[in-house]
Write a protein that binds this ligand. Structure first.
Ligand SMILES: *[C@@H]1O[C@H](CO)[C@@H](O)[C@H](O)[C@H]1NC(C)=O
Ligand SMILES: *[C@@H]1O[C@H](CO)[C@@H](O)[C@H](O)[C@H]1NC(C)=O
Ligand SMILES: *[C@@H]1O[C@H](CO)[C@@H](O)[C@H](O)[C@H]1NC(C)=O
Ligand SMILES: *[C@@H]1O[C@H](CO)[C@@H](O)[C@H](O)[C@H]1NC(C)=O
Ligand SMILES: *[C@@H]1O[C@H](CO)[C@@H](O)[C@H](O)[C@H]1NC(C)=O
Ligand SMILES: *[C@@H]1O[C@H](CO)[C@@H](O)[C@H](O)[C@H]1NC(C)=O
Ligand SMILES: *[C@@H]1O[C@H](CO)[C@@H](O)[C@H](O)[C@H]1NC(C)=O
Ligand SMILES: *[C@@H]1O[C@H](CO)[C@@H](O)[C@H](O)[C@H]1NC(C)=O
Length: 461
C-alpha cells in the first residue's frame, strides 16, 4: 500500500528519469512527506508567529520524532525543541518561547523578537520497518509595522513656476525595512526631467516646478508586514497668466471685434488662469497713445451717441508673484440699432450666412457712405469689382457659399483682397473651417460680398 501511494504521483511514468527526479525532489519515495505552506513567513515583532507544518507517511510507525532547529547565517544551528510521540523535550533556554503540540509538528513562536529572524528547520523521523526521515526549512523575517507617514513640502510657502524648486520629504516614525513610493493623484511618480528621488526614495525633488505639478501628492510606505499612505499634500505653485480672454455679456463677438448696439451698455469680462489670481487693468488705445481706464476684472462701456464709432481696448492681466503679464487687444464697434437683432436671426442660419449678412451690411453701409460723399451709385463698386481682371481675382482669396434662406436667396461671393487702408476689420478667423480656406492677416485685408441672383443657371439644392 505504501509503495502504491509512493508511486502515485508518477502516474504511468514509473521508472522514467523524470519520475525518479520528481520523487526524489519531494522525498515521496521515502514514504514520508513534510510540507510547509510557505517557505518565507513575515512576522510582526512582539506578536506570536505560527509556522505551520504538515507531514504524512504510509507505513506503520511506532515512534514519531519531530525536531526544530534554528539557524542564522554564520552561526551554529541551535536546537529549539523536539518530541517523540507526544512528549516534548524543549531546550530549557527557550522553553517559554517555542511551543509544539505533537503529533502536530507546527511551531508557535511567542513573542517574536528581531533576534528570532532566521531559518527554522523542522525534521521528522518515523520509526517503523526501518526509519523514514524528512525535513523542511522556513525563512522568518521580523518587522515593526509602518506608522502613518507625513509629507513635508519645502518651501512650504510655494514656488514660482519654472523658477522655484520643491522638495517633498516623507517622514515615518516607526517601521522597519521601509520602501517608499510617491504617488501623484493616486498614480506612481517616476523619475523624469524634473523629478528625482533620494537614494531611499524618501524625498522627491522637483526642479523646476511647473503648473503640471499641482496635484495631490502622497507617500506610500510599505514593508513586508504592512503599508501606510500619508495624507495628500498639494504644493503651492505660482503660475500664469495663461489663456487670457475677454468676453462680453451682450453684443456680438467676432474674433477680437465686438459689435454693440447704439445706446446699449456693454459689460466686458477679462479672465486668465493664474495663481494667485491676476490683477487686471483695462487700457484704452487711441491715436498711438494708451491710458489705463480701470482696474479690476470687469469693464463697463457706456453707450455712445455716435454710431460706427470704433474704439480699441486692451485688457492686461498681471500676476504679481510670478511677475508675468499678458495682454489682449479688442475693438468695440458701436452700430446702429438692429444689427445685433439681425445677427441674432443669423444665428439660426449657418455661421457663414450670418457673417455674410453682416459683411453685406458693412458693404451696404459703406456704399451709402460712398454715395453720400460722391453722389454715385453703389453699382460703381460692383462694376469695378466685376471689371477686375481674372488674374487679380486669383491672387485674392475667394469664399463663396450658398444658403437656402428665403430672404437672403442668392449666391454670395465673399471676396477678400489686400489693402493698405484701415477700413473696418473683419477677422479672418470668423470664416468657418468648412469654407476650406484659412484667412490672412486681418489688418491688411478688405472683404467684400457680392450677391448674385441666379437667373438662367440651375442651382444645386
Ligand atoms: C510511541 O507510541 C507507540 C505506539 O503509539 C509506542 O509503541 C512507542 O513505544 C512510543 N514511543 C515512546 C518513546 O514512547
Ligand atoms: C496544528 O495545530 C494548529 C493549532 O495550533 C492547527 O491549526 C493545525 O490545523 C494543526 N495541524 C494539524 C496537521 O493538525
Ligand atoms: C519490513 O521491511 C522488510 C524489507 O525492507 C520487508 O521484508 C518486511 O516485510 C517489512 N515488514 C513490514 C511489516 O512491512
Ligand atoms: C533649482 O534646482 C536647479 C537644479 O537642481 C538649480 O540649478 C537651481 O539653482 C535651483 N533653484 C533654486 C531657486 O533653488
Ligand atoms: C485632490 O484632493 C481633493 C480633496 O482632497 C479633491 O477635491 C481633488 O479633486 C483632488 N485632485 C485631484 C487632481 O485628484
Ligand atoms: C525608488 O523608486 C523608483 C521608482 O519610483 C524605483 O525604481 C527604485 O527601485 C526605488 N528605489 C528604492 C531604493 O526603493
Ligand atoms: C506712434 O508713436 C511712435 C513712437 O512712440 C512713432 O514712431 C510712430 O510714428 C507713431 N505712430 C503714429 C501713427 O502716430
Ligand atoms: C498681489 O495681488 C494680490 C491680489 O491679487 C494682493 O492681495 C497682494 O497683496 C499682492 N501682493 C503683492 C506682493 O503685491
Amino acid at each position: 500500500m505504501g509503495q502504491d501511494a509512493c508511486m502515485e504521483p508518477c502516474g504511468g511514468m514509473v521508472g522514467t528519469f523524470r519520475c525518479k527526479m520528481y520523487l526524489l525532489l519531494l522525498g515521496v519515495c521515502s514514504g514520508l512527506k513534510v510540507t510547509v505552506p510557505s517557505y518565507t513567513v513575515h512576522g510582526v515583532r512582539g506578536q506570536a508567529l505560527y509556522l505551520p507544518v504538515h507531514y504524512g507517511f504510509h507505513t506503520p510507525a511506532s515512534d514519531i520524532q519531530i525536531i526544530w532547529l534554528f539557524e542564522k547565517p554564520h552561526t551554529m544551528p541551535k536546537y529549539l525543541l523536539g518530541s517523540v510521540n507526544e512528549s516534548v523535550v524543549p531546550d530549557l533556554e527557550y522553553q517559554y518561547k517555542f511551543t509544539m503540540m505533537p503529533p502536530n509538528a507546527s511551531l508557535l513562536i511567542n513573542p517574536l523578537q528581531f533576534t528570532d529572524e532566521g531559518s527554522y528547520i523542522v525534521k521528522v523521523n518515523v520509526q517503523g520497518n526501518g526509519t523514514l526521515s524528512a525535513s523542511q526549512r522556513v525563512q522568518v523575517t521580523v518587522d515593526d509595522p509602518v506608522t502613518k507617514p507625513v509629507v513635508w513640502i519645502h518651501p512650504a510657502s510655494g514656488a514660482v513656476e519654472y523658477v522655484g524648486n520643491m522638495t517633498l520629504t516623507c517622514r515615518v516614525e516607526g517601521g522597519t525595512r521601509l520602501v517608499h513610493q510617491w504617488l501623484k493623484d493616486g498614480r506612481p511618480v517616476h523619475t523624469s526631467s524634473t523629478y528625482s528621488f533620494s537614494p531611499q526614495n524618501n524625498t522627491l525633488h522637483v526642479a523646476p516646478v511647473t503648473k503640471d505639478d499641482i496635484g495631490n501628492f502622497s507617500c506610500l510606505v510599505r514593508n513586508p508586514v504592512s503599508e501606510m499612505e500619508s495624507d495628500v499634500v498639494t504644493p503651492v505653485i505660482y503660475y500664469g497668466p495663461y489663456g487670457l480672454q475677454v468676453n462680453s455679456d451682450k453684443g456680438l463677438k467676432v474674433g477680437e471685434v465686438f459689435t454693440v448696439d447704439l445706446g446699449e451698455a456693454i459689460l466686458f469680462d477679462c479672465s486668465a488662469d493664474s495663481y494667485p489670481p491676476n490683477t487686471y487693468s483695462w487700457i484704452q488705445r487711441a491715436d498711438n497713445a494708451t491710458h489705463v481706464i480701470k482696474h479690476g476684472p470687469r469693464l463697463e462701456v457706456a453707450s455712445e451717441n455716435m454710431a460706427w464709432k470704433t474704439t480699441d481696448y486692451m485688457c492686461r492681466a498681471y500676476n504679481n508673484i510670478t511677475g508675468r503679464r499678458d495682454e489682449t487687444r479688442f475693438t468695440v464697434i458701436v452700430t446702429s440699432v438692429g444689427l445685433e437683432k439681425f445677427a441674432q436671426r443669423g444665428k439660426s442660419l449657418s455661421p457663414l450666412a450670418s457673417i455674410t449678412g453682416i459683411s453685406l451690411f458693412f458693404i451696404i453701409s459703406m456704399c451709402l457712405l460712398f454715395l453720400w460723399r460722391k453722389y454715385q451709385p453703389c453699382k460703381v463698386i460692383k462694376q469695378n469689382l466685376e471689371g477686375r481682371p481674372q488674374t487679380e481675382y486669383r491672387k485674392t482669396q475667394t469664399f463663396s457659399g450658398h444658403e437656402d434662406a428665403q430672404d437672403d436667396f442668392g449666391i454670395y461671393e465673399f471676396v477678400a483682397f489686400p489693402d493698405a487702408s484701415g477700413v473696418p476689420r473683419v477677422p479672418s478667423r470668423s470664416v468657418p473651417a468648412s469654407a476650406g480656406v484659412s484667412g490672412q492677416d486681418v489688418h491688411s485685408t478688405i472683404y467684400e460680398v457680392i450677391r448674385h441672383i441666379p437667373a438662367q443657371q440651375d442651382l444645386p439644392e
